[in-house]
Ligand binder design. Structure first.
Ligand code: GLN
Length: 382
């Protein structure tokens, strides 16, 4: 038998989201694990897709994206963050947030470059950095507050630090960065050539009147940042896999050198449909309110249970601490919850390299009222 080579990520399994979704399906459990809405997007958006497909817009889009969409993205960023990005030279439409992140890392991270991440961290950051020979330096944010000790972060910076990856609002903790956090970050990168990759895919889902502080708002950060966002989260279409990367021209020029060989360009009729739909700002201005009602419904429903509800300032994920219920590790607890109580979640330890187990699980509340009701009913019996 010939010995065939293993992949460069041979030590890594299938993502926790796929694993838990599979477990949910096998056990006919309510799937609050993987983050995706179980309701339809606005029919108006779907009509736009239908229109552009039938009108004959079915060939390659330009490499950086359709200009109409890039213009709408620039307008949205300017309105929300008072920041100017040139649509043609500073915005690139990508096949979802994950591809934007992959391409950003592939573009800039070389062998032995150091990249700082904050844990709990979304699952793709570390393997992507590893794939290109980078070295991860991590700061662990911990339950229940997930605050950042910026002195500790500063100590991670060396002359090899190439990039800092931010995720704001944070998946899975639901925390958002404060003005203090941003000012600390500014002082850390000042005078260095450190890049910032800012994953802000949940930027439009922030609760209780709080404000999302994008890196785009701060010129000292914007000039060195790649800002990543996602239409999947914005318009309830995670399966369309369309997002974008906004960055100063010097960074975008480099980003596109890789992007052109990674995906080349993204689905044309969907881009045109998104552009047409985005002309009406009401289509995305009320997202926080929409999800806040779902968050509050879930929190109210679980308030009388033995689960401890951690703060949820943004994203569509609620973190639950279950140490009054079980001393099992969070992976075993989440599996048991799926199999026995028919509610699938994601264990927080999967967002930490060292599998830090603080007895916390994540529930996705981007779900229909009836789905949330059923989940609350099951969880209330524990
Ligand atoms: N972003 C989604 C989540 O956090 C998962 C996407 C995926 O399955 N890779 O649940």
């Amino acid at each position: 038998m010939i010995q065939l080579p293993l992949s460069k990520l041979s030590n890594i399994g299938t993502t926790i989201f796929s694993q838990m979704t599979q477990l949910a399906n096998e056990n006919e459990a309510i799937n609050l694990s993987q983050g995706f809405p179980d309701f339809m997007p606005d029919p108006e958006l779907l009509d736009h897709v239908d229109y552009f497909i039938k009108k004959g817009f079915n060939q390659y889009a330009p490499m950086g994206g359709m200009i109409t969409l890039k213009e709408e993205i620039a307008r949205k960023i300017e309105n929300s963050h008072q920041a100017i990005y040139h649509p043609d030279s500073e915005i690139t439409v990508t096949a979802g947030g994950t591809q934007a992140i992959f391409t950003a890392v592939a573009t800039f991270v070389k062998k032995d470059d150091e990249v700082i991440i904050f844990e709990p961290a979304y699952d793709c950051y570390e393997p992507t950095v590893e794939l290109f020979g980078g070295i991860i330096k991590r700061f662990e944010m911990k339950a229940p507050d997930y605050t950042i000790d910026w002195t500790a972060v500063k100590n991670l910076v060396t002359d090899k630090t190439k990039m800092i990856i931010l995720n704001n609002p944070n998946n899975p903790s639901g925390k958002i960065l404060t003005e203090h956090d941003i000012q600390e970050l500014i002082s850390i990168v000042k005078g260095t050539s450190i890049l910032i990759l800012s994953d802000e895919v949940y930027e439009n889902i922030v609760f209780d009147g709080k404000q999302h502080l994008s890196i785009a708002k701060y010129p000292e950060l914007k000039e060195r940042s790649l800002l990543v966002a996602s239409f999947g989260k914005l318009f309830h279409v995670t399966g369309w896999k369309i997002g974008y990367c906004a960055a100063p021209k010097v960074l975008t020029d480099e980003f596109r050198k890789i992007h052109q060989f990674n995906v080349f360009s993204v689905n044309t009729p969907m881009q045109l449909a998104l552009a047409a739909y985005m002309k009406n700002e009401d289509h995305y201005n009320h997202l926080s309110q929409f999800f806040q009602e779902k968050r509050d419904f879930l929190r109210k429903g679980l308030a009388g249970t033995s689960f401890e509800l951690l703060d949820c300032e943004g994203t569509y994920f609620q973190a639950l601490k279950y140490d009054k219920i079980s001393d099992k590790n969070d992976f075993d607890f989440a599996s048991e919850l799926t199999i026995t109580h028919k509610v699938a979640s994601v264990p927080f330890s999967s967002f930490y390299k060292n599998k830090l187990n603080e007895h916390v699980i994540r529930l996705c509340f981007a779900k229909k009222q009836e789905t949330l009701e059923k989940a609350i009913e099951n969880l209330s019996k524990i």
